[in-house]
Design a protein around this ligand. Structure first.
Ligand code: NAD
Length: 353
């Protein structure tokens, strides 16, 4: 097949790990006889430096015309002055809104060989394989805000259709996984959560009768994620709860450098990025873990290009590299000799052959 992929390397380690994803996609194209065309554009601090705008018009045009968008990371100390007129993160928020990507999908998979890199006990981590689906464009983060000398407020709003569309995304994922959905809310306190629960209770048996549904209050969910993480298949939740729970869930895998994400909307064009940031402390050292960016490329093949076999091939190659003992410094434990970003990538590409 032919596909156009926009690359947004961004800042810090973003360019390093995006280059790795590009090399892996090139290897996939050769092996499976596809033609991927890459269009590299500016975003974040790099775009501010070059164009004075964290999301230039050319970047928006390229992303809108692409089959998928691969992002590295944005931000860093150079652009973090709180009084700055423009900030790198504005580019990312605007991009999500321009692409209309309302569903943020974060798979959390534990590699058996890496259990030692997580702060949790190995027996708790055995069998963990979940996807957290976070609503990305509604809720308290986007509601009206007020502030005066003595008080402040943030309005949390959800509509029935916003809840329906995100629950459908999560339920469809559960259908092709282990058939279990956990909906997380705070229905004992919040009206938006009571709406969320009503919609889920009505929609799931009507449209997905085969899916086993569990409902958890967010405080209990935070506890169960640590006490019985292997029980979860697909978790769906609103914007702020998802923000917090996904960071908690990332610790199951031990390193931010392992976890990819996909942000999807109504069209097939999705935004794919590692969950980590620009890691200024290791930028330019050639030691960043490229696995999250490469796994994000696999998600792009699966969700935007419909290339499931190729996506699985990349995921298997990452697993094989780990099984063969390749470890970047963030996932190395005592006795390992860490490999560089490019060595890890080469090992993954070898696994594709
Ligand atoms: P971070 O994720 O960049 O780094 C946190 C820690 O994890 C650092 O010690 C870093 O070295 C390590 N780390 C992260 N990714 C790694 C990788 N692939 N391999 C090895 N180690 C890795 O978070 P931070 O330090 O809080 O933020 C740095 C900058 O990134 C800030 O400007 C922040 O705003 C930005 N940020 C951007 C995004 C994004 O672009 N989506 C997300 C989070 C943070």
């Amino acid at each position: 097949m032919e596909a156009v992929i926009t690359l947004l390397p961004g800042d810090g380690i973003g360019p390093d790990v995006t280059q790795c994803a590009l090399e892996v996609l090139d290897a996939v194209a050769t092996r499976y006889d596809h033609r991927f065309t890459f269009d590299t554009q500016l975003i974040g601090g790099a775009a501010i430096d070059m164009e004075g705008d964290p999301l230039p018009a050319a970047t928006i045009a390229s992303c809108k015309g692409a089959d998928a968008v691969l992002l590295g990371a944005v931000g860093g100390p150079k652009w973090s002055d709180p009084n700055a007129a423009v900030r790198p993160e504005q580019g990312l928020l605007k991009l999500r809104s321009v692409l209309g990507v309302f569903a943020n999908i974060r798979p959390v998979k534990i590699y058996r060989e890496l259990v030692g890199a997580s702060p949790l006990r190995p027996e708790i981590l055995r069998g963990v394989d979940m996807v957290v689906v976070r609503e990305l464009t509604g809720g308290i983060y986007f509601g009206d805000k007020t502030r005066d000398e003595t008080s402040a407020s943030d309005l949390c709003t959800y509509t029935v259709s916003e809840v329906e569309r995100i629950v459908r995304v999560a339920a469809k994922l559960a259908t092709v996984r282990r058939g279990k959905l956990c909906s997380v809310d705070k229905a004992n306190v919040l009206e938006t959560s009571r709406l969320w629960r009503d919609v889920t209770d009505r929609l799931m048996p009507a449209e997905f009768p085969e899916i086993e549904v569990e409902t958890l209050l967010v405080d209990a969910a935070a506890m169960h994620l640590l006490s019985r993480p292997a029980d979860f298949d697909v978790i769906v939740t609103e914007n702020m709860f998802g923000d917090i729970l996904t960071d908690e869930a990332s610790m199951l895998a031990g390193s931010l450098g392992m976890l990819p994400s996909a942000s999807l909307g109504d069209t097939s064009t999705g935004l794919y990025e590692p969950i980590h940031g620009s890691a200024p402390d290791i930028a330019g050292k050639g030691i960043a873990n490229p696995c999250a960016a490469i796994a994000s490329a696999a998600l792009a093949l699966r969700h935007s290009l419909g290339l499931e076999t190729e996506a699985l091939a990349i995921e298997s190659a990452i697993a094989a590299a780990i099984a063969n003992g390749a470890r970047t410094v963030d996932i190395a434990t005592a006795g390992d000799s860490p490999v560089s970003t490019s060595e890890m990538t080469a090992e993954i590409i070898r696994g594709l052959q």
